[in-house]
Ligand binder design. Structure first.
Ligand code: E4P
Length: 214
């Protein structure tokens, strides 16, 4: 399973890299806006920092707009994956970008049918947003299970990125389902290290070691 970091923050990427846990990065306009500054320079710095795929989001209403922005985005680095919204125009753009050898990540996926359409259009990655579905009292991880089953049924190549991750349990369930990638906010990645019994056990071992040497 690959871990992507869902961030545009370079310091977070460097920390994840030091743990050997940075297989790629996903960004979106909200994450880019949070970083501020010159977005093009930020994108280029991210592409230099990360060895794996970096998803940069194209914004536009028409396929032509999305294609034009996608072709501009890939100039930021050799590892760019163009994020395309799950719309009819978006899927037209996916087909054209694929024909030009550009990898795409279809984003804002909330149903199994949307995922099937994206896979048939030739998306390299598909991003179901589990946390936002959970927020509507729906079952985000069931969506991932459904998508994985559909892709397996037809041996489709698209890889699933479990997105909108809110807590480590989302990542654990994604791994149990065989999802290819989880893209996690840095805070969730950090949380994944922790267990109260690890902390309590460590505290006791340290205390006993100190007593032994006291
Ligand atoms: C994925 O590629 C998105 O950037 C991200 O996971 C969105 O999640 P959010 O619901 O935390 O905004």
């Amino acid at each position: 399973m690959q871990f992507f970091l869902d961030t545009a923050n370079l310091a977070e990427m460097r920390a994840a890299k030091a743990w050997g846990l940075l297989d790629g990065v996903t960004t979106n306009p909200t994450l880019m806006a949070r970083e501020g500054g010159d977005w093009r320079a930020v994108m280029q710095a991210i592409c230099r920092e990360v060895e794996g795929p970096v998803s940069l989001e194209a914004v536009g209403d028409t396929a032509d707009e999305l294609i034009a922005m996608g072709l501009d985005l890939v100039r930021n680095g050799p590892n760019v994956v163009v994020k395309i919204p799950m719309t009819p125009e978006g899927l037209k753009a996916v087909r054209v970008l694929r024909s030009k050898g550009v990898d795409t990540n279809v984003t804002l996926v909330f149903s199994p049918m949307q995922a099937l359409l994206a896979a048939k259009a030739g998306a390299s990655f598909i991003s179901p947003f589990v946390g936002r579905l959970d927020g509507l009292s729906q079952d985000g991880m069931q969506l991932v299970a459904d998508i994985m089953a559909i892709l397996r049924n037809y041996s489709m190549e698209a890889r699933v990125i479990v997105a909108s991750v809110r807590h480590p349990r989302h990542v654990a369930e994604a791994a149990l389902m065989g999802a290819h990638v989880a893209t996690v906010p840095f805070a969730v990645l950090r949380q994944m290290f922790d267990h109260p019994l690890t902390s309590a056990g460590l505290e006791m071992f340290n205390k006993d070691w100190a007593a032994l040497n006291g």
